[in-house]
Design a protein. Structure first.
Length: 320
């Protein structure tokens, strides 16, 4: 074969391959089927845009509504109370004990859960031919943002999810811009507890630790080896926190949420806490449970509230 003829064949084959590559269209945003690996390392395929979604995690419910897919959520858990429309949906049980028979009777296109749902139940639903996906609920704000983007892709709301993440990141940046230049001394010592006088705290690896750090504080529980340590009173006295943060609703209790003033009064009623700097200075703050602990869009509300509690001077008019 002559050289010119051989080169001509190579050119023809090259052009043909290029044409074939363009002809094989990869799934773009909002196109199905979609296959991905969920947070429990299971391969999940979404055949078509889900029109009937059952959410079995409060964080997933909140994200679905936040990205414009709330009108396709047909049921959720008893813990799904935000936004208000989610609280009105039919309930399929709790976060750790969803009723599989109820879910099956609804014939959903997608059951969306989280890493915290029992694996046994997720696998049972999958064995019943339901499409089940678990989204990560651990890690950091960046992990939350990634989960929002993934949920957006799964339910066909890519653009809305991307827009939401962009807004959330801008709000985080605005907080960090105020706290980034604080010196070590200016970064106040902070203790987080779940309730007045309680010694269960939040250590490294928890969302709350990140909120304290980004908010301009030094978490006195950050040295512990677990995300949810139980501190000793001796440690608290030695570290002498300058700010105490706690949850206003005391983890889903039905009692009326505590105000910061009421929380301070309870600490001052406890003899061993009276000499702690935060208590003496009146710097005890009761913050919204979900904004501090639920891995969804409101976690940025928690960051803003944390930063304002630790450094109110940075958020007053004219604060830098």
């Amino acid at each position: 074969m002559e050289r010119r003829e051989f080169l001509g064949i190579l050119l023809f084959v090259g052009v043909l391959l290029v044409l074939l590559l363009f002809a094989v269209k990869l799934p773009a945003a909002g196109e199905y089927p979609i296959t991905f690996t969920d947070s429990l390392n299971r391969k999940v395929t979404i055949a078509r845009k889900p029109q009937k979604i059952v959410s079995i995690a409060p964080s997933a419910t909140e994200v679905l509504f936040a990205i414009g897919a709330g009108n396709r959520v047909i049921a959720d858990t008893t813990y799904c109370d935000y936004p208000p429309a989610a609280a009105k949906l039919p309930k399929i049980g709790g976060y750790t004990n969803p009723d599989v028979e109820k879910i099956l009777a609804l014939s959903p296109n997608l059951v969306l859960g989280a890493r915290g749902n029992p694996l046994r139940l997720l696998n049972q639903m999958q064995s019943l031919k339901l499409t089940v996906a678990a989204i990560d609920e651990e890690g950091s704000l960046d992990q939350v943002f990634a989960s929002i983007r993934l949920i957006g892709k799964v339910v066909g709301e890519d653009k809305q999810a991307a827009a939401l993440v962009k807004k959330l990141k801008l709000r985080r940046t605005a907080v960090v811009a105020k706290t980034a230049k604080l010196t070590v001394v200016q970064r106040l010592r902070v203790l987080f507890v779940f309730a007045p006088g309680d010694l269960f705290s939040a250590g490294r690896g928890s969302f709350i630790d990140e909120l304290i750090r980004l908010g301009g504080g030094r978490n006195i529980a950050a040295k512990t080896k677990t995300p949810w340590p139980q501190l000793s009173m001796e440690t608290v006295i030695a570290e002498d926190p300058q700010v105490i943060l706690m949850l206003s609703g005391q983890m889903g209790g039905k009692q009326k949420p505590l105000t910061s003033a009421a929380a301070l009064a309870r600490f001052r009623a406890l003899p061993r806490w009276r000499d702690i700097s935060a208590v003496k200075a009146g710097r005890v703050f009761a913050l919204d449970d979900d904004a501090m602990t639920l891995p969804g869009p409101r976690l940025v509300d928690g960051l803003e509230a944390t930063a304002k509690a630790i450094h109110p001077e940075l958020f007053r008019k004219g604060g830098k």
